[in-house]
Design a protein around this ligand. Structure first.
Ligand code: ZN
Length: 316
């Protein structure tokens, strides 16, 4: 047994060295793994900055005013627009501004004002910027406003600008009016002869921009929706009230009922009055005087003809 003694202690040393090596290797491996995996977060595919941003960014105005007649960068920056959290197909934020009512009425008239749902009608977005400057009119103060000057930014930014959004969908044919599935594709094929500018989409509310407008109507519960277009030079009206006769030079003229349009959905289906304003020119702004007259006539008409109690009862 005595000669074995040095051998067994040698064996013990060898085992200890082996264990230490295995242990060291394990520690080294764990530390290396921790470092590498630590560096890999955040994941490679973060969403675009604009989509994630909840803070207003001045570059949004810089981009917008390049496409908007008579709207300066300073004017845009001073309007207090905020991202709504919703973004277009290409990730540009849908911007909005809220104006609280003056509190003199128990239930103020809630107005949802939408511009630029068709991207190739830049005046229909620009005029909303101009009106936001004029919103300080005392009569407008009695109302609660949610103003969204550019509903279809991707169409506005396209070269050339497009009526449709980045998925090629006419947002004003994409609202879920009754029997959309049967009527909207049929109308598009038979009446427009598959006009790509009037494609209603594969399903109602398939687009982020129209979905946002739809959801906003549910959240904000407007008593009236105003949607600005061009260039037909007239007014249209859907919903439970007497149509306005004239704003500025624009006269009331029943344009028609289209499957999937906002007027059909809001005015016909939801029973919320929808005023559609068609400016006379999609690229050239009305004069300053005419811009103000349309605004003033519209606000006066709403204050005289739309009663919050009656409208909200009708909407329910
Ligand atoms: Zn339009």
């Amino acid at each position: 047994m005595i000669p074995d003694k040095p051998r067994s202690s040698l064996l013990r040393i060898a085992i200890s060295v082996a264990l230490l090596a295995v242990f060291s290797f394990a520690v080294y491996y764990l530390v290396a793994y921790w470092l590498v995996s630590g560096r890999q977060t955040p994941p490679a595919s973060t969403p675009p900055d604009t989509a994630a941003s909840t803070e207003f960014r001045p570059e949004w105005c810089a981009q917008l005013v390049k496409r908007l007649p008579t709207v300066s960068r300073e004017m845009c920056l001073n309007l207090g627009l905020q991202p709504t959290g919703a973004v277009s197909v290409k990730g540009f934020p849908i911007l909005a501004r809220d104006y609280a009512a003056d509190g003199k009425r128990a239930e103020p008239l809630r107005v949802l004002l939408l511009g630029g749902i068709h991207g190739d009608e830049p005046t229909a977005a620009a005029v909303v910027f101009r009106w936001m400057e004029a919103i300080h009119l005392p009569i407008a103060h009695s109302m609660q406003w949610r103003v969204v000057p550019v509903v279809n930014p991707d169409g506005l930014f396209a070269t050339p600008a497009t009526r449709v959004n980045a998925n090629g969908v006419d947002l004003n044919r994409n609202f879920e009016s009754p029997n959309w599935e049967a009527e909207a594709p049929k109308y598009w094929q038979q009446r427009t002869k598959n006009d790509p500018r009037r494609y209603p989409g594969k399903a109602p509310l398939s687009e982020p921009e129209s979905r946002w407008v739809h959801d906003e109507i549910e959240r904000f519960q407007p008593h009236v929706v105003v949607s600005i277009h061009a260039p037909l030079g007239e007014l249209d009206f859907d919903g439970p009230a007497e149509p306005p006769r004239r704003f500025g030079r624009l006269m009331y003229n029943r344009i028609g009922v289209y499957p999937g349009s906002l007027g059909n959905y809001g005015g016909g289906h939801k029973q919320i009055p929808v005023i559609t304003i068609e400016l006379e020119n999609a690229r050239q702004m009305p004069t300053d005087a005419e811009t103000k007259r349309i605004w003033r006539d519209m606000v006066i008409w709403m204050s005289r003809n739309l009663q919050p109690g009656a409208a909200s009862r009708a909407a329910n």
